[in-house]
Design a protein. Structure first.
Length: 153
C-alpha cells in the first residue's frame, strides 16, 4: 500500500500524523486521489437513475442494464490483473466492479418489483428497516473477498 501513488500524495498533502492508522500503517482511505474514483461512482449512479427513469420499465432497458453490468464486471476483472480491486484505496477497478454489480442488482430488483409486482419475500424489503444489518453484511463480504496470493489487499 505504501507504493501507491495516492499514498504518496496524501502523505505529502496531509503528513502521516493526520492520516488514518487503523491498519498498522498511515494511509487515508478518503484521500485526495481516491476521491476521484468515488466521484465517478456517484456520477455513474446519477446516469443510471436518468436511464432508469427513461427506459427502466421496458424489457429493452432492463436488458441494457444487465448487459452493461456484465460488461463492467468483465472489464473490472480484466483490469484487476493490472490494477487490483481494492476497496480501501477505492481503485478504478473497484469502481467498475461495484457499478457493474449495482447495475445487475438493480436490474433484478426492477424485474421483480416493476414487472412481476413481487415485493413479498424480497430481502430488500425486509432489510430496509435494518441498515445496521446491511452494513454488517457488506463488511463481512469485504473481509471474505477473494485474496490474491502475493498481493496486498
Amino acid at each position: 500500500m505504501t507504493g501507491n501513488t495516492g499514498y504518496g500524495i496524501d502523505k505529502w498533502l496531509l503528513g502521516e500524523n493526520h492520516m488514518y492508522h487503523g491498519e498498522g500503517l498511515a494511509f487515508d482511505p478518503e484521500g485526495a486521489l481516491s476521491t476521484l474514483p468515488a466521484v465517478v461512482n456517484v456520477i455513474a449512479g446519477y446516469f443510471t437513475g436518468v436511464f432508469v427513469s427513461r427506459k427502466g420499465k421496458t424489457y429493452e432497458g432492463l436488458a441494457q442494464l444487465l448487459l452493461w453490468g456484465a460488461a463492467l464486471i468483465a472489464v473490472a476483472c480484466a483490469w484487476n490483473l493490472v490494477f487490483p480491486i481494492n476497496k480501501k484505496l477505492w481503485t478504478s477497478s473497484f469502481v467498475l466492479l461495484t457499478v457493474g454489480l449495482d447495475l445487475m442488482i438493480l436490474s433484478f430488483l426492477i424485474y421483480f418489483v416493476e414487472f412481476r409486482q413481487q415485493t413479498r419475500g424480497l430481502p430488500f424489503y425486509r432489510l430496509r428497516k435494518e441498515p445496521a444489518v446491511c452494513l454488517s453484511g457488506l463488511r463481512a463480504a469485504d473481509r471474505s473477498a477473494v485474496h490474491h496470493p502475493g498481493r496486498q489487499r
